[in-house]
Design a protein around this ligand. Structure first.
Ligand code: FAD
Length: 480
């Protein structure tokens, strides 16, 4: 269709899909031939209003969002367009921008995020009252959750059959190229300067480690994927468990913000790498991401409510001093403390270590898994609506296809197995830099040296804590 600047414009609403390529709503908008107004609403109201709450974004994610929006904005400018930024509740702001611009249509990609779905439903109703059409393009997922059902028509709760069905359903997903040019409207609506949203921290500026670690945006996402495919992917199956090495893709925050789509990652890995145990293992992790999003779609309250109802009766201990020591990386267990400090410094933590620190919080300290989920939500740059609560429920034994509660990680053995030389601990716990590798995961066995380092003694005895956790679990198991 020919472009016509005098035709009524179409609005493309960006959410967690901050990219130009494989963006179905954007491509569909270009296909109409009408002028396109790209819009992002910074949800400063943190929710839907009228008594309903949503989750305010965490600090690390807000930092990422700032740079991701900056990058998208530059990408749009290169296509002769702009990113319009507004603050407020999307379901109120979008109809307002439609009225200001005389837009005929609003296009957006479907999402599994409950707040975004509810907001889109309300937005569509408000737009309809104005005679504006809202068009939702599906899916921004490998397979849309309602289309993947068990033989009896239910939804999957176990990963292996889900993964089998997913692989079959995905096939070779179509991905779309970025538009070559975006037709601009005669008049651009007002846009709020990005800095006014104060998404990055100022006083204090705690984001130095984040700036050193990451390049948010679509280009950063592709650079990350190519580096991984050319390097660590070949030995991913074993390398992915070693936190001292760069053995994983570090693509999670890019996927979280949709700077790259799961379809694009899927196709790139399958077309650019030899099929082998490592590529299978990697695609299966992309599958876990889909599994968590699938669970979120079917359980919108995933960050609050355990999927196994007996866990509502679990006798958690919410001890503030314990939780503070865990957050600060001062538990006295080096692998746990290294992980918590890596998280604080970089906004990311290695998956193996996430499992260890999660097990320690929930089982050794008996703190509610929701406390750990909330801390990760605030500190991770990849804090994801599905994967964060889904994995915390997995760690706590109350989620879909979760690790059984009685499987309690021993932080010393985990450290010795997955960080055998202690390099990861030395990097993040500098007090222990001089410790001999034979004791680096149990420094209390070298009391004289430990006393010189200032590093704490273990805050709990693991074997005692394990028995306490199992006793608590037996209580709810017998009651179930
Ligand atoms: P890679 O090993 O390179 O994997 C590639 C991609 O697969 C990742 O980017 C991610 O999108 C996906 N993936 C890998 N492992 C998992 C998994 N277990 N569950 C879901 N998706 C996975 N991941 C998040 O993206 N956001 C979160 O908020 C999050 N919270 C977690 C909380 C806990 C307690 C645990 C144990 C895990 C959590 N994970 C989360 C999963 C996992 O730790 C990260 O996805 C992974 O460490 C990201 O690093 P990577 O991109 O190098 O992963």
């Amino acid at each position: 269709m020919p472009s016509s600047a005098s035709a009524a414009p179409v609005i493309v609403l960006f959410r967690d899909d901050l990219r130009l390529a494989d963006h179905r709503a954007l491509s569909a908008a270009v296909g109409t031939g009408a002028p396109v107004i790209p819009l992002y609403v910074v949800d400063t109201a943190h929710g839907l209003g009228a008594g309903e709450t949503a989750r305010p974004l965490g600090g690390a994610v807000r930092w990422w969002l700032h740079y991701s929006l900056e990058s998208l904005s530059e990408g749009l400018r290169a296509l002769g367009s702009r990113l319009i930024l507004r603050a407020g509740r999307p379901h109120e702001v979008v109809p307002q921008v439609a009225a200001e611009t005389g837009a005929a249509r609003v296009l957006l990609n479907e999402t599994v995020v409950p707040t975004h779905r509810e907001s889109a439903r309300r937005m569509a109703a408000a737009l309809e009252d104005q005679g504006v059409e809202a068009v939702t393009l599906r899916p921004d997922a490998l397979v849309w959750p309602s289309e993947l059902k068990t033989g009896t028509g239910g939804h999957y709760k176990v990963y292996t059959p889900f993964w089998k069905a997913l692989k079959q359903a995905v096939g070779d997903p179509e991905t779309l190229p970025p538009p070559e040019r975006l037709p601009a409207p005669d008049h651009w609506p007002d846009s709020t300067p990005l800095a006014e949203f104060r998404l990055t921290p100022a006083m204090p500026d705690w984001a130095g480690g984040l700036r050193e670690s990451w390049t948010p945006g679509e280009d950063g996402a592709w650079a990350c994927l190519h580096t991984f495919i050319d390097g660590a992917l070949a030995r991913y199956r074993t390398g992915r468990n070693l936190p001292a090495e760069v053995g994983t893709s570090r693509l999670s925050p890019h996927l979280r913000f949709g700077e790259i789509s799961a379809r694009q990652v899927w196709n790139a890995v399958r077309s650019m790498a030899e099929p082998n145990a490592s590529t299978d293992a990697y695609l299966s992790e992309i599958g876990w991401r889909e599994f968590n999003r699938y669970q979120l779609f079917h359980n919108p309250d995933l960050h609050r409510t355990p999927l196994r109802p007996e866990f509502r009766l679990f006798p958690w201990r919410e001890d503030d001093a314990d939780i503070r020591a865990w957050r600060k990386g001062l538990t006295g267990y080096p692998i746990v403390d290294a992980g918590m400090r890596e998280l604080w410094e970089t906004g990311w933590m290695h998956n193996r270590v996430r499992m260890i620190v999660g097990s320690f919080l929930v089982k050794d300290l008996l703190a509610p898994w929701q406390v750990g989920e909330a801390w990760f939500w605030d500190t991770l740059v990849d804090a994801d609506w599905g994967s964060n609560p889904g994995n915390w429920q997995w760690v706590a034994g109350c989620g879909a296809d979760a690790a059984p509660f009685f499987r309690v990680f021993n932080p010393v053995l985990q450290g010795e197995k997955f960080d055998p030389r202690g390099d990861y601990v030395r990097r993040w716990v500098p007090e222990l830099r001089e410790m001999d590798r034979r004791v680096i995961h149990k420094p209390w066995q070298a009391p004289l040296e430990l006393a010189r380092t200032g590093y704490p003694e273990p805050m709990v005895d693991h074997s005692h804590a394990r028995h306490r956790a199992l006793a608590a679990w037996r209580g709810i198991k017998d009651a179930a």
